[in-house]
Design a binder for this molecule. Structure first.
Ligand SMILES: C[S@@+](CC[C@H](N)C(=O)[O-])C[C@H]1O[C@@H](n2cnc3c(N)ncnc32)[C@H](O)[C@@H]1O
Length: 298
Protein backbone atom coordinates (compact mmCIF):
# COMPACT_ATOMS: atom_id res chain seq x y z
CA UNK A 1 0.00 0.00 0.00
CA UNK A 2 2.88 2.36 0.80
CA UNK A 3 4.37 1.76 -2.63
CA UNK A 4 1.04 2.43 -4.28
CA UNK A 5 0.44 5.60 -2.26
CA UNK A 6 3.98 6.84 -2.95
CA UNK A 7 3.14 6.96 -6.66
CA UNK A 8 -0.37 8.36 -6.17
CA UNK A 9 -0.91 12.06 -7.04
CA UNK A 10 -4.11 12.11 -4.93
CA UNK A 11 -2.04 11.28 -1.84
CA UNK A 12 0.13 14.35 -2.52
CA UNK A 13 -2.98 16.46 -2.86
CA UNK A 14 -4.49 15.18 0.41
CA UNK A 15 -1.21 15.61 2.30
CA UNK A 16 -1.04 19.32 1.62
CA UNK A 17 1.91 19.78 3.98
CA UNK A 18 4.27 16.85 3.68
CA UNK A 19 6.47 16.22 6.71
CA UNK A 20 8.29 13.21 8.18
CA UNK A 21 5.04 11.93 9.65
CA UNK A 22 2.80 12.59 6.61
CA UNK A 23 2.76 8.93 5.46
CA UNK A 24 1.90 7.84 9.02
CA UNK A 25 -0.98 10.30 9.21
CA UNK A 26 -2.41 9.05 5.93
CA UNK A 27 -2.02 5.38 6.86
CA UNK A 28 -3.57 6.11 10.26
CA UNK A 29 -6.50 7.80 8.54
CA UNK A 30 -7.04 4.82 6.22
CA UNK A 31 -6.84 2.38 9.12
CA UNK A 32 -9.35 4.52 11.04
CA UNK A 33 -11.80 4.22 8.13
CA UNK A 34 -11.27 0.47 8.04
CA UNK A 35 -11.92 0.07 11.77
CA UNK A 36 -14.75 2.60 12.09
CA UNK A 37 -16.67 2.01 8.88
CA UNK A 38 -15.34 -1.30 7.55
CA UNK A 39 -14.12 0.53 4.44
CA UNK A 40 -12.16 -1.97 2.34
CA UNK A 41 -9.03 0.09 1.88
CA UNK A 42 -6.97 -2.81 0.52
CA UNK A 43 -9.20 -3.35 -2.50
CA UNK A 44 -8.21 -0.03 -4.02
CA UNK A 45 -6.52 2.65 -1.91
CA UNK A 46 -6.86 5.02 -4.85
CA UNK A 47 -10.65 4.70 -4.90
CA UNK A 48 -10.83 5.37 -1.17
CA UNK A 49 -8.64 8.45 -1.55
CA UNK A 50 -10.93 9.72 -4.29
CA UNK A 51 -14.19 8.94 -2.45
CA UNK A 52 -13.11 10.23 0.96
CA UNK A 53 -10.81 13.02 -0.16
CA UNK A 54 -12.31 15.76 2.06
CA UNK A 55 -12.52 13.57 5.17
CA UNK A 56 -8.94 12.37 4.68
CA UNK A 57 -7.63 15.88 4.09
CA UNK A 58 -9.21 17.03 7.33
CA UNK A 59 -7.92 14.00 9.31
CA UNK A 60 -4.31 14.33 8.16
CA UNK A 61 -4.34 18.10 8.72
CA UNK A 62 -5.72 17.93 12.25
CA UNK A 63 -4.80 14.54 13.73
CA UNK A 64 -1.19 14.05 14.81
CA UNK A 65 0.30 10.57 15.04
CA UNK A 66 -0.70 9.09 18.38
CA UNK A 67 0.86 5.97 19.76
CA UNK A 68 0.90 4.52 23.25
CA UNK A 69 2.91 1.32 23.40
CA UNK A 70 2.02 -0.72 26.48
CA UNK A 71 4.85 -3.21 25.87
CA UNK A 72 7.13 -0.44 27.12
CA UNK A 73 5.85 -1.18 30.62
CA UNK A 74 7.75 -4.47 30.39
CA UNK A 75 11.09 -2.61 30.09
CA UNK A 76 10.04 0.13 32.53
CA UNK A 77 9.04 -2.17 35.41
CA UNK A 78 12.64 -3.18 36.32
CA UNK A 79 13.57 0.52 36.46
CA UNK A 80 10.68 1.32 38.81
CA UNK A 81 11.77 -1.63 40.94
CA UNK A 82 15.34 -0.35 40.91
CA UNK A 83 14.07 2.98 42.27
CA UNK A 84 12.19 1.07 44.99
CA UNK A 85 15.33 -0.93 45.82
CA UNK A 86 17.49 2.17 46.15
CA UNK A 87 15.03 4.26 48.11
CA UNK A 88 13.35 1.53 50.15
CA UNK A 89 10.01 3.15 49.25
CA UNK A 90 7.02 0.81 49.56
CA UNK A 91 4.67 3.32 47.94
CA UNK A 92 5.39 6.09 45.47
CA UNK A 93 3.54 8.52 43.22
CA UNK A 94 4.14 8.48 39.47
CA UNK A 95 4.11 11.36 36.99
CA UNK A 96 4.42 10.55 33.29
CA UNK A 97 5.59 13.12 30.75
CA UNK A 98 3.77 12.59 27.43
CA UNK A 99 1.65 9.58 28.46
CA UNK A 100 -0.63 9.74 25.40
CA UNK A 101 -3.57 7.67 26.75
CA UNK A 102 -1.81 6.66 29.98
CA UNK A 103 -1.42 2.91 29.34
CA UNK A 104 2.04 2.92 30.93
CA UNK A 105 0.75 4.92 33.91
CA UNK A 106 -1.12 1.81 35.08
CA UNK A 107 1.97 -0.42 34.78
CA UNK A 108 1.39 -1.96 38.20
CA UNK A 109 -1.91 -3.53 37.09
CA UNK A 110 -0.40 -5.77 34.40
CA UNK A 111 1.23 -9.16 34.89
CA UNK A 112 4.91 -9.64 33.92
CA UNK A 113 7.13 -12.56 32.98
CA UNK A 114 10.95 -12.50 33.11
CA UNK A 115 13.50 -15.31 33.11
CA UNK A 116 14.06 -14.89 36.86
CA UNK A 117 10.40 -14.80 37.82
CA UNK A 118 7.00 -13.21 37.49
CA UNK A 119 5.70 -9.95 38.83
CA UNK A 120 2.24 -8.62 39.48
CA UNK A 121 -1.12 -10.23 39.00
CA UNK A 122 -0.68 -13.48 37.06
CA UNK A 123 -4.43 -13.40 36.38
CA UNK A 124 -4.31 -9.89 34.91
CA UNK A 125 -6.02 -9.49 31.52
CA UNK A 126 -2.63 -8.51 30.10
CA UNK A 127 0.60 -10.36 30.89
CA UNK A 128 3.72 -8.84 29.30
CA UNK A 129 6.83 -10.78 28.32
CA UNK A 130 9.84 -10.23 26.08
CA UNK A 131 13.41 -11.14 25.27
CA UNK A 132 16.13 -10.64 27.92
CA UNK A 133 19.58 -10.22 26.39
CA UNK A 134 20.94 -9.97 29.93
CA UNK A 135 18.43 -10.95 32.61
CA UNK A 136 16.57 -8.69 34.96
CA UNK A 137 17.80 -9.64 38.47
CA UNK A 138 15.54 -11.84 40.61
CA UNK A 139 16.28 -9.56 43.57
CA UNK A 140 14.40 -6.74 41.87
CA UNK A 141 11.42 -8.89 40.97
CA UNK A 142 10.86 -9.72 44.64
CA UNK A 143 9.99 -6.07 45.38
CA UNK A 144 6.32 -5.05 45.38
CA UNK A 145 6.08 -1.24 45.56
CA UNK A 146 2.59 0.24 45.32
CA UNK A 147 1.53 3.33 43.38
CA UNK A 148 -0.19 6.15 45.25
CA UNK A 149 -1.18 9.05 43.01
CA UNK A 150 -0.69 8.75 39.25
CA UNK A 151 -0.85 11.65 36.81
CA UNK A 152 0.28 12.30 33.25
CA UNK A 153 0.74 15.53 31.30
CA UNK A 154 0.17 15.35 27.55
CA UNK A 155 -0.30 17.97 24.85
CA UNK A 156 -2.95 15.77 23.21
CA UNK A 157 -4.14 13.16 25.71
CA UNK A 158 -6.36 10.36 24.46
CA UNK A 159 -9.41 9.50 26.52
CA UNK A 160 -9.61 5.73 26.35
CA UNK A 161 -12.85 5.64 28.29
CA UNK A 162 -14.49 6.69 24.99
CA UNK A 163 -14.90 4.53 21.88
CA UNK A 164 -13.42 7.35 19.82
CA UNK A 165 -10.22 7.40 21.91
CA UNK A 166 -9.76 3.63 21.59
CA UNK A 167 -10.40 3.80 17.85
CA UNK A 168 -7.84 6.54 17.39
CA UNK A 169 -5.12 4.65 19.22
CA UNK A 170 -5.82 1.45 17.29
CA UNK A 171 -5.67 3.37 13.99
CA UNK A 172 -1.97 4.06 14.49
CA UNK A 173 -1.10 0.41 15.14
CA UNK A 174 -0.72 -1.12 11.71
CA UNK A 175 -3.24 -3.69 10.65
CA UNK A 176 -0.81 -6.61 10.39
CA UNK A 177 0.58 -6.07 13.91
CA UNK A 178 -1.87 -8.47 15.45
CA UNK A 179 0.00 -8.97 18.73
CA UNK A 180 0.27 -5.22 19.33
CA UNK A 181 -3.43 -4.78 18.60
CA UNK A 182 -4.35 -7.58 21.01
CA UNK A 183 -2.12 -6.15 23.74
CA UNK A 184 -3.74 -2.78 23.18
CA UNK A 185 -7.27 -4.22 23.52
CA UNK A 186 -6.39 -5.86 26.85
CA UNK A 187 -4.56 -2.78 28.13
CA UNK A 188 -7.58 -0.61 27.31
CA UNK A 189 -9.75 -2.90 29.47
CA UNK A 190 -7.26 -2.62 32.34
CA UNK A 191 -7.09 1.18 32.08
CA UNK A 192 -10.87 1.57 31.88
CA UNK A 193 -11.32 -0.17 35.23
CA UNK A 194 -9.73 2.89 36.91
CA UNK A 195 -8.39 5.54 34.48
CA UNK A 196 -5.38 7.64 35.51
CA UNK A 197 -5.51 11.42 35.78
CA UNK A 198 -4.40 13.02 32.50
CA UNK A 199 -3.66 16.74 32.40
CA UNK A 200 -3.76 18.46 29.01
CA UNK A 201 -0.80 20.74 28.48
CA UNK A 202 2.85 21.18 27.59
CA UNK A 203 4.81 19.32 30.26
CA UNK A 204 7.61 21.86 29.98
CA UNK A 205 5.16 24.47 31.29
CA UNK A 206 3.02 22.33 33.57
CA UNK A 207 5.59 20.13 35.34
CA UNK A 208 6.52 22.62 38.10
CA UNK A 209 2.83 22.91 39.12
CA UNK A 210 2.30 19.15 39.05
CA UNK A 211 5.38 18.63 41.21
CA UNK A 212 4.26 21.34 43.62
CA UNK A 213 1.09 19.30 44.32
CA UNK A 214 2.99 16.27 45.60
CA UNK A 215 1.95 14.50 48.77
CA UNK A 216 4.23 15.67 51.57
CA UNK A 217 7.26 13.44 52.07
CA UNK A 218 6.20 10.84 49.48
CA UNK A 219 8.62 9.71 46.78
CA UNK A 220 7.61 10.83 43.27
CA UNK A 221 8.88 8.94 40.24
CA UNK A 222 8.71 11.02 37.07
CA UNK A 223 9.06 8.95 33.90
CA UNK A 224 8.99 9.29 30.15
CA UNK A 225 9.38 7.20 27.03
CA UNK A 226 9.30 8.62 23.51
CA UNK A 227 8.25 12.07 24.73
CA UNK A 228 11.32 14.16 25.63
CA UNK A 229 12.67 13.55 22.13
CA UNK A 230 9.91 15.81 20.81
CA UNK A 231 11.08 18.72 22.94
CA UNK A 232 13.84 21.18 21.93
CA UNK A 233 16.95 21.49 24.13
CA UNK A 234 15.69 24.65 25.81
CA UNK A 235 12.51 22.83 26.89
CA UNK A 236 14.43 19.78 28.09
CA UNK A 237 16.70 22.04 30.15
CA UNK A 238 13.60 23.57 31.74
CA UNK A 239 12.26 20.12 32.62
CA UNK A 240 15.57 19.17 34.29
CA UNK A 241 15.67 22.50 36.13
CA UNK A 242 12.12 21.89 37.43
CA UNK A 243 13.14 18.41 38.60
CA UNK A 244 16.29 19.70 40.34
CA UNK A 245 14.26 22.39 42.09
CA UNK A 246 11.55 19.92 43.17
CA UNK A 247 14.14 17.48 44.53
CA UNK A 248 15.03 20.04 47.21
CA UNK A 249 11.53 19.73 48.71
CA UNK A 250 10.67 16.01 48.58
CA UNK A 251 12.17 12.69 47.42
CA UNK A 252 12.35 12.47 43.65
CA UNK A 253 13.43 9.98 40.99
CA UNK A 254 13.44 10.00 37.19
CA UNK A 255 13.09 7.00 34.88
CA UNK A 256 13.80 7.95 31.30
CA UNK A 257 14.66 6.75 27.82
CA UNK A 258 17.67 8.22 26.03
CA UNK A 259 20.81 7.53 24.04
CA UNK A 260 22.11 3.96 23.82
CA UNK A 261 25.73 2.98 24.58
CA UNK A 262 26.72 2.75 20.93
CA UNK A 263 26.33 6.05 19.13
CA UNK A 264 23.70 5.84 16.42
CA UNK A 265 22.29 2.43 17.48
CA UNK A 266 18.57 2.15 16.75
CA UNK A 267 17.36 1.47 20.29
CA UNK A 268 17.24 3.17 23.67
CA UNK A 269 19.36 3.46 26.73
CA UNK A 270 17.18 3.41 29.87
CA UNK A 271 18.21 5.53 32.82
CA UNK A 272 17.42 5.97 36.50
CA UNK A 273 18.18 8.99 38.60
CA UNK A 274 17.44 9.19 42.31
CA UNK A 275 18.18 12.66 43.62
CA UNK A 276 20.68 13.86 44.73
CA UNK A 277 22.59 11.14 42.86
CA UNK A 278 23.59 11.18 39.18
CA UNK A 279 21.67 9.72 36.24
CA UNK A 280 22.69 6.08 35.74
CA UNK A 281 22.48 3.94 32.66
CA UNK A 282 20.63 0.78 33.73
CA UNK A 283 19.61 -1.01 30.55
CA UNK A 284 19.29 -0.96 26.81
CA UNK A 285 15.98 -1.77 25.20
CA UNK A 286 14.21 -1.76 21.86
CA UNK A 287 12.01 1.25 21.14
CA UNK A 288 8.80 -0.72 21.56
CA UNK A 289 10.03 -2.76 24.53
CA UNK A 290 10.29 -6.19 22.88
CA UNK A 291 13.78 -6.79 24.38
CA UNK A 292 15.83 -5.57 27.30
CA UNK A 293 19.55 -5.86 28.06
CA UNK A 294 19.98 -5.27 31.80
CA UNK A 295 23.40 -3.67 32.30
CA UNK A 296 23.50 -2.92 35.99
CA UNK A 297 22.98 -6.48 37.22
CA UNK A 298 25.50 -8.04 34.85
C1 LIG B 1 5.17 8.85 20.73
S1 LIG B 1 3.99 9.28 21.96
C2 LIG B 1 4.56 8.28 23.29
C3 LIG B 1 3.49 7.99 24.29
C4 LIG B 1 3.93 7.18 25.51
N1 LIG B 1 4.90 7.91 26.29
C5 LIG B 1 4.49 5.83 25.12
O1 LIG B 1 5.70 5.62 25.29
O2 LIG B 1 3.73 4.97 24.64
C6 LIG B 1 4.52 10.92 22.45
C7 LIG B 1 3.53 11.63 23.32
O3 LIG B 1 4.17 12.77 23.89
C8 LIG B 1 3.29 13.87 23.84
N2 LIG B 1 4.13 15.08 23.88
C9 LIG B 1 5.20 15.39 23.11
N3 LIG B 1 5.73 16.57 23.50
C10 LIG B 1 4.98 17.02 24.54
C11 LIG B 1 5.03 18.17 25.37
N4 LIG B 1 5.97 19.12 25.22
N5 LIG B 1 4.11 18.30 26.35
C12 LIG B 1 3.15 17.34 26.52
N6 LIG B 1 3.07 16.24 25.77
C13 LIG B 1 3.96 16.07 24.78
C14 LIG B 1 2.50 13.66 22.57
O4 LIG B 1 1.26 14.37 22.61
C15 LIG B 1 2.32 12.14 22.58
O5 LIG B 1 1.14 11.76 23.27
Amino acid sequence: MCRELAEEPLADEILAEPGWDAPLRLLGALHYLTLAEAVDVWRSPREVLAERREWLRDFVATQGVQTNEVQRSWVLLPLFLEVARRTGAETFDVVELGPSAGLNLVWDRYGYRYAAGEWGDAGAPLVLAGEERAPVPAELLSLRPRVGRRVGVDAAPIDLTTDEGALLLKSFVWADQIERLERLEHAIDVLRSDPPELVRGDFVEVLPDVLAERSAGALTVVFETAAMGYVAKEGRDRVFAALDAAAHHAPLALVSSGSPRARGAAHWGLYVRVWPGPREHMAEASYHGSWIDWLAGA
